[in-house]
Design a protein around this ligand. Structure first.
Ligand SMILES: NC(=O)c1ccc[n+]([C@@H]2O[C@H](COP(=O)([O-])OP(=O)(O)OC[C@H]3O[C@@H](n4cnc5c(N)ncnc54)[C@H](OP(=O)(O)O)[C@@H]3O)[C@@H](O)[C@H]2O)c1
Length: 232
């Protein structure tokens, strides 16, 4: 039921992902060009990334503050490609249901306000309500497969949403553009971040391909190695 999930990211040699810092050492359009080769029919980002790069500046302010509670999936329309935000409390404001030519789907928790969902419906934006107090990403991706027929989902950061998908066992493949630079700052998120400290073993990967892009960038693709009992 759920889509095949490829985490596609750019990182410095020390695994940091601050796009502004990395733009000085990466080829223009390289991230998008390599991403297009993955043939995703949707891409998904965490609330912080969506706020920084795509949503309107000011957050949504609820007039009622009444949590929506459990709600059915709202399919405003079906599309060839989708942009998906993961926004626990329904803070992101959007002008309409189109994001760079992709139809927008907002994934929220049951804590998102009723009037936030009403605003999405009015603007023709699809939504999925998944999880009581935080977004249940495993259920959300199943709904994406079932209601929107998404088959290949590109997980495009930042580090904390990637970490949540990894922890839930939802990452099938990693597509990493390793650019020739070192960030070195402590507080900058890494490609996968925020995973529980009790998890003391690295997730094993198997090299799928590695290639050079431009002069000094590597494009590395890994499959996540699953234990024999794990199911997709
Ligand atoms: N180099 C790259 O390829 C690349 C790609 C994308 C982003 N970035 C960079 O990454 C940075 C942001 O990364 P980030 O790690 O701070 O933020 P993020 O992963 O973009 O967003 C994290 C936020 O998503 C929301 N969220 C909803 N459900 C979640 C769940 N189940 N688990 C985790 N988070 C959930 C939470 O906010 P709420 O609780 O408010 O909902 C959380 O704080 C930016 O600097 C951006 O430019 C880099």
């Amino acid at each position: 039921m759920r889509p095949y999930i490829i985490c596609h990211m750019v990182s410095s040699v020390d695994g940091k992902i601050d796009g502004a810092a990395l733009s000085a050492v990466m080829g223009k359009g390289e991230y998008e060009a390599t991403g297009a080769k993955l043939h995703g029919d949707a891409w998904i980002c965490g609330r912080t990334t969506m706020q920084q790069h795509f949503a309107e500046d000011k957050p949504f302010v609820s007039a009622s503050n009444k949590p929506a509670g459990p709600r059915p999936v709202f399919v405003a329309r079906r599309a060839k490609s989708y942009a998906i935000s993961v926004d626990t409390l329904g803070k992101l404001r959007w002008p309409d249901g189109d994001l760079d030519g992709d139809h927008l789907i907002c994934v929220v928790s049951e804590q998102a306000p009723q009037d936030y969902l009403a605003m999405l419906r009015e603007k023709g934006i699809s939504y999925i309500v998944s999880g009581k107090t935080s977004v249940d990403v495993a259920n959300a991706v199943n709904q994406l497969g079932k209601h929107f027929r998404i088959r290949t989902l590109l997980l495009e950061g930042g580090g904390h949403i990637n970490g949540a998908f990894l922890q839930a066992g939802l990452v099938d493949e990693v597509s990493l553009l390793l650019v020739p630079g070192i960030d070195g700052r402590h507080d900058i998120p890494a490609v996968f971040d925020g995973v529980s400290p009790s998890r003391k073993r690295a997730v094993p990967l198997k090299l799928k391909s590695v290639g050079q892009r431009g002069r000094d960038t590597l494009w590395i693709r890994y499959e996540v190695v699953r234990s024999k009992t794990a199911k997709r």
